[in-house]
Design a protein around this ligand. Sequence first.
Ligand code: EPZ
Length: 418
Amino acid sequence: MAKLIIEGGRPLKGQISLQGAKNAALPILAASVLVPEPVRITNCPRLTDVENMAGILKALGCRVEWTEDGLLIDTGSAKSAQLPEALSASIRSSLFLLGPLLGRFGAAEAPYPGGCDIGNRPVDLHLKGLRAMGVRVDEASGRIRCLGRPKGGVEIALEYPSVGATENLIMAACGAAEDTILVNPAREPEIDDLMAFLNGAGFDLRREGSSRIRIRGGRQGHGTLHAVMPDRIEAGTYMVAAAITGGHLLLRGGRREHLSALITALREAGCRIRSEGTDLDIEGPERPRELRRLVTLPYPGFPTDMQSQVFALCTLARGTSVLEENVFEDRFRHGAELRRMGADCLIRGRAAVIRGVKSLHGATVTAHDLRGGAALALAGLRAEGITVVERAERIDRGYANFEANLRDVGAAIRREDS
Ligand code: EPZ
């Protein structure tokens, strides 16, 4: 296990280059199973979740190698459609392999997936969509067993714009003989990056307006080179680091258009934000203003993956903020940890009421999930004294070089592995 030791009170100043997006890289690695020739994925972040996904691909018989600029994946030798128990149960994105395995082999078997502890995380939308494609899905044995090549010629309406279900069904549909239409798909930019990878590999997918995706049938994948999009949640996390410390950061390699809802919220909190090309320049206020009401929603609404970090910022605001978490049912566990640092917050179901305090004090706190852990580290950057964030390995799931990046811009932060 790992812990981060942080001495607060230093405004961050300097530049950070952003990594490739975790939540684009993971489905793209899964989608490589659809392509029986080598693919190269550049700007791929070196994260534990990505390493685990690479391990799953190797267990399926694929060749996966890190090169100096990313990953080389050759699934030509893939022979098994049965996902390994331990690795698959550790990450949510192992679920994304059902679609490509069915598209390639007409069979797939997986344990129920793991992932951050932020709610029930059911898989009903994934399985309902696969069944609508004519796939036989059996859950009796506590594992998910799928049989049959996905049939096209169907229109599938998602009850909820689930990111993972959209990705899974897109990949399954790539193996169908006829066209498939997804109605009410997720609109997150990571979906468009997955589609760009698949289109570069010879498939044919396109959005038809904001509420439909058409996946042409009868296509065969071929080798390709794809650069993963920048990580908008990593960018947002460092933006909040500047905001909470009253610092000034220049983030390189971002996409401003992916961060509109967050930029609006941080400006309301008193940050000065400018963007030029792929650079994002942010200056934090001496003390943030409260966010009267912030609601997380599917994209382009405010991203649930930034809720914890903004929650930490609001604990130091001049007034009272109200945050509503509408995407996951249990994503406020960082609230109790922040209270140990002196925060004044009340959680009631999907709502958090946060009365800003003048200062936080260091404490020993626990990262219960990836983004909650990052939020605790951000609070520690401002808190008076020393903060110890335990279970910091959970932060490694989504951030490459987290403490090194923060140290490079002036944070007093170090890691202890035990
Ligand atoms: C993806 O998770 C991301 N993970 C999450 O990022 C992100 O928070 C989430 O999308 C929302 O943007 C990856 O891409 C690897 P969903 P996913 O399916 O696909 C319910 C991070 O910190 N639902 O859009 O699991 C579900 O319970 C992680 O980087 C069903 O009810 O998200 C949730 O309430 C955390 N049935 C809501 O939909 C289903 O079959 C959104 O889930 C599937 C989902």
